[in-house]
Write a protein that binds this ligand. Structure first.
Ligand code: HEM
Ligand code: CU
Length: 586
């Protein structure tokens, strides 16, 4: 009897007020994946502004050939902390934040597999970031974000040790997050969703998590050993005691090469999800795009020594790393062609999300092409440690990550906040970002080819003009964040109310209210279309039939599981229609 009563109330929606989020929740130890996702995103964006301020300082110094804006020593700290912030406090957490928000919604789950661990993972980031920035009050790290010994051993114990501790905290956060994503995706999908019915972001996160779990612990090991060298006088990497600095490079790049994929893979997923919605076409080559993420992960793990072509690596081994690196272009190319074929002939909506997604493709492809160039040993020997490398990795990271973050935010903002963002300002933001990125980083290719070394505050006067173009570009980039900030803040509180599914998308996260209630769905949703079946016969037939039956265009949503086997329920906000399925649901 008691059991029966329990069942009856199981799916009754909670009263409205109990489902509202209060703003205070965002400042505490919540274990709702949606709150944590937003905590991640806002924190990451804060650090983007910090990293951007540091970059602006770096570029200001480089506006003239002389070291006149900051001391050369402070300059070293500026680019070191800039690189560290951008990687460990902006891009990696931004990807984790998006995944946190979206993955459970996309697979119809109520939350992540380990909600409390999720909160712990997030709460390691603020102390890690504060520690790093606080170093400017004592002694800031200055050995570059790679922290190669013996330079790092010689460059000041305090700053270096702070850097190590901070990166260890952030790496731990990333490992806990990666574990959680993997388990969530494998174990928490609704029963009707097979792996091949998942949105592509989920595939991308499987690949990302695999990389995080396999490579981040290796970085931790390297940093702990480096710490022993610094504090306990051991000589793992210290050549004066018989240690080998090249071993550090191997350990470091065993993590840090995959790290670029940890940074960009989630956004490959984002782009694969944003493009079909706004092109109104099914994604081209779903499985090829899904499995290419796994291929990129695997290949990403075996190419690390391409960062060490000039470190005395024997010739035959350099060939191995050169070839494997070039092979990564294959799965990456498969994705890019899949995206282009998706846009091709689509009914494009050129809104902010779509513009950033398309900006992503062009910028990322540019970084990819220079990637193939530096993968070839003879060319790399020529441009190693020059601005060509700086240009290359900023194209990859700006194109692959920053454009991806913004595409994602414009796309999912209505879901996250229940409000629409302002489109014209979004487009202003896009234009400034696109112009700024190319103006900042394009001339660096030429600077590098002409031989300007990286990590220097002072340079030969012949490089002045190009450097000034870069510096002006970086100011445009700094300005570009202003329309975004104002737009996001204003829209969050005052923007027009968003419908549940403003883009008429087909993936599950759009099949609940905007913003979603605390446990995401009031009933367990059931799939009725594939994630990208825009305009496909299957979906058209379903819609046609439903239109005839109900007189309005319904949204495919959830059904109580008990009913799912014999029929599928479509709800149109208030009314519920039960129709016979075309074919059996698995
Ligand atoms: C406003 C945009 C940005 C500007 C103007 C900028 C500029 C620079 C400059 C001038 C350097 C120093 C290069 C050197 O001396 O070797 C640098 C380094 C670096 N930047 Fe950026 N950057 C920007 C955005 C980003 C973003 C978004 C990321 C990552 C997502 C990033 C990651 C890095 C990394 C990893 C380094 C290497 C630091 C090192 O070599 O130790 N940057 N950046
Ligand atoms: Cu690499």
């Amino acid at each position: 009897m008691a059991q029966a009563q329990l069942d009856l109330t199981a799916n009754v929606p909670k009263p409205h007020h109990e489902q509202e989020r209060r703003w205070q929740d965002y400042f505490g130890f919540s274990h709702d994946h949606k709150v944590i996702g937003i905590q991640y995103l806002v924190t990451a964006f804060f650090f983007y502004l910090v990293g951007g301020a540091l970059a602006t300082a770096v570029r200001t110094e480089l506006a003239t050939p002389d070291p006149d804006f900051v001391s050369p020593e402070l300059y070293n700290s500026l680019f070191t902390v800039h690189g560290t912030v951008m990687i460990f406090l902006w891009i990696v957490p931004a990807g984790a934040g998006l995944a946190n928000y979206l993955i459970p919604l996309m697979i119809g789950a109520k939350d992540m597999a380990f909600p409390r661990l999720n909160a712990v993972a997030f709460w390691l980031i603020p102390p890690g970031g504060t520690l790093l920035l606080a170093s400017f009050l004592f002694e800031a790290p200055k050995a570059g974000w790679t922290s190669y010994p013996p330079l790092s051993i010689l460059s000041g114990q305090v700053g270096e040790e702070i850097w190590i501790l901070s990166v260890l905290l952030l790496g731990t956060s990333s490992i806990l997050g990666g574990l959680n994503f993997a388990v969530t995706i494998f174990k928490m999908r609704i029963p009707t969703m097979g792996l091949n019915d998942m949105p592509l972001l989920c595939w991308a996160m499987i690949a990302t998590s695999a990389l995080i779990l396999l490579s981040t612990p290796v970085l931790a090991a390297a940093l702990i050993l480096l710490s022993f060298d610094l504090l306990a006088g051991t000589s793992f990497f210290n050549p004066t005691g018989g240690g080998d600095p090249v071993v550090y490079q191997h350990l470091f790049w065993f993590y840090s090469h995959p790290a670029v994929y940890i940074m960009v893979l989630p956004f490959f997923g984002v782009i694969s999800d944003v493009l079909p919605v706004h092109a109104r076409k099914p994604i081209f080559g779903y499985q090829a795009i899904a499995y290419s993420s796994l291929a990129i992960s695997f290949l990403g793990l075996i190419v690390w020594a391409h960062h060490m072509f000039t470190s005395g690596t024997p010739g035959w081994l350099r060939m191995f790393f050169m070839i494997t690196t070039m092979i990564i272009a294959v799965p990456t190319g498969i994705k890019v062609f899949g995206w282009l074929a998706t846009i091709w002939g689509g009914k494009l909506r050129l809104n902010s999300a779509m513009l950033f997604a398309m900006g992503f493709i062009s910028t990322f492809v540019m970084g990819g092409v220079t990637g193939i160039m530096v993968a070839s040993v003879p060319f790399d020997i020529h441009v190693h440690d020059t601005y060509f490398i700086v240009a290359h990795f900023h194209y990859v990271l700006f194109g692959g990550a920053v454009f991806g973050v913004f595409a994602a935010i414009y796309h999912w903002f209505p879901k996250m906040t229940g409000r629409m963002m302002n489109e014209p300002w979004g487009i202003v933001h896009f234009v400034l970002t696109f112009v700024g990125t190319n103006m900042t980083f394009m001339p660096m290719h030429a600077l590098g080819l002409q031989g300007m070394p990286r990590r220097v505050a002072m340079y030969d006067p012949q490089f002045t003009t190009l450097n000034q173009v870069c510096t002006v570009g970086s100011y445009i980039l700094a300005v570009s964040t202003i329309p975004f900030l104002i737009n996001a803040a204003w829209s969050w509180f005052k923007g027009p109310k968003a419908p549940d599914n403003p883009w008429e998308a087909l993936t599950l996260e759009w099949m609940t209210s905007s913003p979603p209630p605390i446990e995401n769905f009031l009933v367990t949703p059931v799939l009725k279309t594939g994630p990208y079946d825009y305009g496909s016969r299957k979906t058209l037939a379903i819609r046609q039939r439903l239109k005839q039956m109900t007189g309005s265009r319904p949204k495919e949503v959830g059904v109580p599981l008990s009913e799912a086997k014999s029929s599928t329920v479509f709800t149109d906000d208030r009314s519920t229609t039960v129709v016979e399925p075309e074919k059996d649901i698995k």
